[in-house]
Design a protein around this ligand. Sequence first.
Ligand code: KIV
Ligand code: ZN
Length: 510
Amino acid sequence: MKEGSTHGDAKRIIEVFDTTLRDGEQTPGISFTKEQKGTIARRLDTLGVDIIEAGTPITSKGEKEVVQYICDEGLSAKICGLARVLTQDIDACIDCGVDMIHIFAPTSVIQREHTTKKSEAEVQEQTYEMTKYVKAHGFICMFSAMDATRTSLDYLTEIYKTAEEAGADILNVPDTVGVLDPFTIFKLIEAIDRVVKTPISIHCHNDFGLAVANSLAAVKAGASEVQVSVNGIGERAGNADLAETVMGLNAIYGLKTNIKTEFLFETAKLIERLTGIELPVNKPIVGDNAFSHESGIHAHGVIARSDTFEPGIMTPEMVGHRRRIVLGKHTGKHAVLNKLSEIGMSPTREQIDEILERVKELGVSGKQVTDDDLFTIAEVVTGEVSLHERIVMLKELSVMTGNNLIPTASLKAVVRGKECKSAQMGVGPVDAAIKAIQEIIGGEIGGDIELKDFRIEAITGGSNALAEVIVGVAKGGRMVTARGVREDIVMASVEAIVNAVNRLMQSGIK
Ligand code: KIV
Ligand code: ZN
């Protein structure tokens, strides 16, 4: 078995080549600043990716500076620059101080005839010469046959043999326009693997939603490296998603990578924030609903034993996410009882039926039912209103904002009978007010209140619409959801947080 092959070898470590900063940044509408690229590179390094493709230095002076800046960070991951099979592109990578140079040449008829206008022989010669050039300068060389999956197999194997002969360290197979399926890619990788000894990497695009499946199939067929991006960002429909590919390799195939999977969720959230591309709630592994359960049967099963309705081979803890039992029209008794027991309530059987009925009614009306809603319903039904001692009470809030002002919020609240004040600045009035309430609460109740979820919706139309804010606030490993409803969006936000904090405190979290 050649070096890099994974056939039947569960102990082999599959390399993760991350292209979030290169192919990922080619996503229409995305452009990272130098600082953002630095933040992402450091996070990818903490995550444990083996190689960071930092950019294409020849494209601009700014891009070159950023790649250089990432190279100077002293990260553990190897830093790679992308280059066409042209000396000026390769020289730009060399100038940046990269560890590895990824050269690529279009090989399919359609791309050769309509883009570079080069014959097969010319591309072959460029491949040979430029691979030699990279190696002569002492760099790790990756060669990609661009549009490999629409290139004739004969020519494709010839070109990979050429790159190998010239000294390439790794051969990348890009499914540039995402047209293959897992069965075809398996056969293709096997065919290439038969004629070269050099390790093979796979780079899949997601045009048919098959990028992850294709990457897994390629590894099964012998590829030893996967090229992925965080949240699957990249050209058009994107690249293979890092979290899905890594967890597929780990959990389904039992193959190892160097990824510290417990950082997958926070890495996805960072990219969500920096790109402004919101993760769909049903996104595997990192989406809000990836480990959420609402229906009675599922919630009952999961409360009893989580792998009844979760994969089991992958848990929220493994990927840094959390399990949530969500209340709504499908909720069952067990979920209600479970949540109420957390705040020390033990209603009678009749009371549970009544509480459940009201929770479902709220759910049917199209509303998200928060934990705070459930607790309020339960207090009304059981008459145990005294349980809801309000530890934090909002007294005053004022905000200043405008096009020439840094938004500022001043807030007064009573916490356990003591008056507390805070004034904070933020990117907007809501942000400033949230910071102020976090400061007061954190200071008085021992810090570490985390705002996990924050959603604003207008529940009536017009400029005087009622704003509904739903938050998830966590402390000490427990999260409570609550809502605030006001005409004033800032007040609604603070009210929701205060409601959630009161409920957290009520359940004994100090
Ligand atoms: O999709 C592609 O072909 C690429 C190459 C540069 C590897 O991104
Ligand atoms: Zn690509």
